[in-house]
Design a protein around this ligand. Structure first.
Ligand code: UDX
Length: 450
C-alpha cells in the first residue's frame, strides 16, 4: 500500500473489541492510519483474535483476557464486554507502561482503557463504531430514564420522544435478551469516558449525520472526526476479508445469473438470533414474494438449531434456483453486485453504512440496541428504506418486499439511496468532508505527542 510520509516514524496502538461489528471497522481504521504513514499495532484479546497473516503490514499483540471457556462467547455481548473491561485492565497497563506513542486508540465499549491511559498520561482517542445518531440516544439514557421513557413500556410504544425527533418510544435502544441494567450501565459508562478522551473517530460522514455530530460535540466537548465510510477509503493493505468467519464466495457466481436489481439480500449480522417460528415466516415470505433472494443463515442464527434443520424438506428445490443460502457472505461485494436490488437487514451500523455506500435500499428489521435507531433514520430521515412493520409474518414480509421492489413507492426510495451513495463517495475525495477530517485527525495525533 502506498503510504504518505506524515505519520512516518510514529507507532499507534489500536485496541479492538472481539465482536465482529467492532473488529471490522477497527481494522479498516488501522489501514487508513497505516496509509498515512503510521506504524500500527493492533492490541486484541485472545478470544476471537484476528488472523495476523491477513494483515502483513500491521503488528499484533494479544493481551490475556482471563476469559474461561464458558465466558468466551458473543451470545451475551454485554456480559462479555463487562468482563473484558474488568479483566484486561492490568494486562493492558503492563503492556503500555514504558511505551512512547502519541496516543492510544480504543473501541468505545472498552471504557477501561480511559482510566488506564489517564494513569499512564497517554492521550486516548476513541473509535465509536456505531452511528452518531444512535450514540446521541445513548448519551441521553439518564434523561430518558429520568423522564420515564426507559425502560420501554409496552403501553407507550407509539409515543414520540420529544427530545429526540423523529424517534418514538419503540425506537429506543434496548437489548431484550441481555441484562437491561447491565446494558444501561455499560452505555452510560462509555459515554461518560468520552468526555475525558482526546476525541472521537466516527465511521460516518458529515453530510449524513451533521446534526447528531453537532449535538454530540456540544454535549461532550471533545473533537469529532467523522472520517467514514472507512471501507471506501482507497485501501489495498488488507489481503483478505476483515471478518472472523470465512465468506462463501460461491454466491457471487449465483448473483451473476440473476437479473439486474432483482435480488433481495438477507442478512442479520453476526449476533442477532431469531426463533424457529420467525425463521419459517421469513422463509415463506421470501418464497411467496417471487423475488430471487440470497440469504445468510449463520450457524446460531436460529435459536435451538445448528443450521438449516427447521427448513422444510425440498424448500429451496421447490423455488427452482430462485433462492440461495450461505452461512456467511462476502457482504461488501454482494451489496455492490448489480443484481442486488434490496438489503433486508437488522441495521447493524456496518451493514447500514455498507448499504448506503452501494445505494442499495433497505428493508429494515432491527433486533436490538442501536439497530432500532439506525432503522428509523434509514426509513424516516434518509428515506432509503422501509420498515418491516407489525409482527414478523409471511404476508407482511411478502407485502414489504413487493412495496420496495415492485410498487411505485420503491422508485423514490431507490432514487434517494442513489443520491446518498454519491454523497458517500464525494466526501472521501480531496476537499470532501471525510478527507478533510482525516487530515485534521493526522495533524492532531501528531500534535498529541509533544
Ligand atoms: C454489532 C451490532 O449488532 C450492531 O448493532 C452494532 O452497530 C455493531 O456491532 P453486527 O450485528 O454484527 O454488529 O452487525 P453489523 O454492524 O452490520 O456488522 C456486521 C459485519 O459483518 C458487516 O461489516 C458485514 O459486512 C459483515 N458480514 C455480515 C459479512 O461480511 N458477511 C455476512 O454474511 C454478514
Amino acid at each position: 500500500m502506498e503510504q504518505d510520509e506524515r505519520g512516518k516514524g510514529h507507532r499507534l496502538f489500536l485496541m479492538a473489541s472481539p465482536l465482529q461489528g467492532h473488529m471490522t471497522p477497527l481494522l479498516h481504521l488501522a489501514d487508513i492510519l497505516f496509509s498515512k504513514g503510521f506504524s500500527i499495532t493492533i492490541v486484541h484479546t485472545v478470544f476471537n483474535s484476528p488472523n495476523p497473516s491477513s494483515y502483513p503490514h500491521l503488528d499484533f499483540h494479544a493481551i490475556p483476557d482471563g476469559l474461561s471457556q464458558a465466558e468466551a462467547s458473543t451470545l451475551d455481548a454485554v456480559k462479555l464486554t463487562d468482563l473484558l473491561n474488568a479483566r484486561c485492565r492490568q494486562p493492558l497497563k503492563d503492556f503500555l507502561a514504558g511505551e512512547r506513542v502519541p496516543c492510544f486508540i480504543s473501541d468505545a465499549s472498552l471504557h477501561f482503557t480511559q482510566p488506564v491511559c489517564h494513569e499512564l498520561k497517554l492521550p486516548r482517542l476513541v473509535l465509536r463504531t456505531g452511528s452518531p445518531s444512535s450514540t446521541l440516544v445513548f448519551a441521553s439514557f439518564p434523561l430518558l430514564r429520568q423522564k420515564g421513557y426507559l425502560p420501554v413500556q409496552e403501553s407507550r410504544l407509539e409515543e414520540p420522544v420529544p427530545d429526540l425527533p423523529p424517534l418514538k418510544v419503540k425506537d429506543l435502544p434496548e437489548f431484550p435478551s441481555q441484562d437491561p441494567e447491565a446494558f444501561y450501565k455499560l452505555v452510560c459508562r462509555f459515554v461518560e469516558e468520552f468526555k475525558a478522551s482526546s476525541g472521537i473517530i466516527w465511521n460516518t460522514f458529515e453530510e449524513l449525520e451533521s446534526s447528531a455530530l453537532t449535538k454530540l460535540h456540544q454535549d461532550l466537548s471533545v473533537p469529532m472526526y467523522p472520517i467514514g465510510p472507512f471501507h471506501k477509503h482507497c485501501l489495498t493493505g488488507s489481503t483478505s476479508s476483515t471478518t472472523l468467519l470465512t465468506p462463501d464466495k460461491s454466491c457471487m457466481s449465483w448473483l451473476d445469473t440473476q437479473e439486474r436489481r432483482s435480488v433481495v439480500y438477507v442478512s442479520f449480522g453476526s449476533i442477532a438470533a431469531i426463533s424457529e417460528a420467525e425463521f419459517l415466516e421469513i422463509a415463506w415470505g421470501l418464497a411467496n414474494s417471487n423475488q430471487p433472494f440470497l440469504w445468510v443463515i449463520r450457524p446460531g442464527l436460529i435459536r435451538g438449531s445448528e443450521w438449516l434443520e427447521p427448513l422444510p424438506d425440498g424448500f429451496l428445490e421447490s423455488l427452482g434456483g430462485r433462492g440461495y443460502i450461505v452461512k456467511w457472505a462476502p457482504q461488501e461485494q454482494v451489496l455492490s453486485h448489480p443484481a442486488v436490488g434490496a438489503f433486508w437487514t437488522h441495521n447493524g451500523w456496518n451493514s447500514t453504512l455498507e448499504s448506503i455506500c452501494e445505494g442499495v435500499p433497505m428493508i429494515c428489521m432491527p433486533c436490538f440496541a442501536d439497530q432500532k435507531v439506525n432503522a428509523k433514520y434509514a426509513s424516516d430521515v434518509w428515506k432509503i428504506g422501509v420498515q418491516l412493520e407489525n409482527k414478523l409474518e409471511r404476508v407482511e414480509v411478502e407485502r414489504t418486499i413487493k412495496k420496495l421492489m415492485v410498487a411505485d413507492e420503491g422508485n423514490e426510495i431507490r432514487e434517494n439511496a442513489l443520491n446518498l451513495k454519491e454523497k458517500a463517495s464525494v466526501c472521501l475525495r480531496q476537499g470532501g468532508s471525510s478527507y478533510s477530517f482525516l487530515d485534521s485527525l493526522v495533524s492532531d495525533i501528531l500534535s498529541l505527542e509533544s
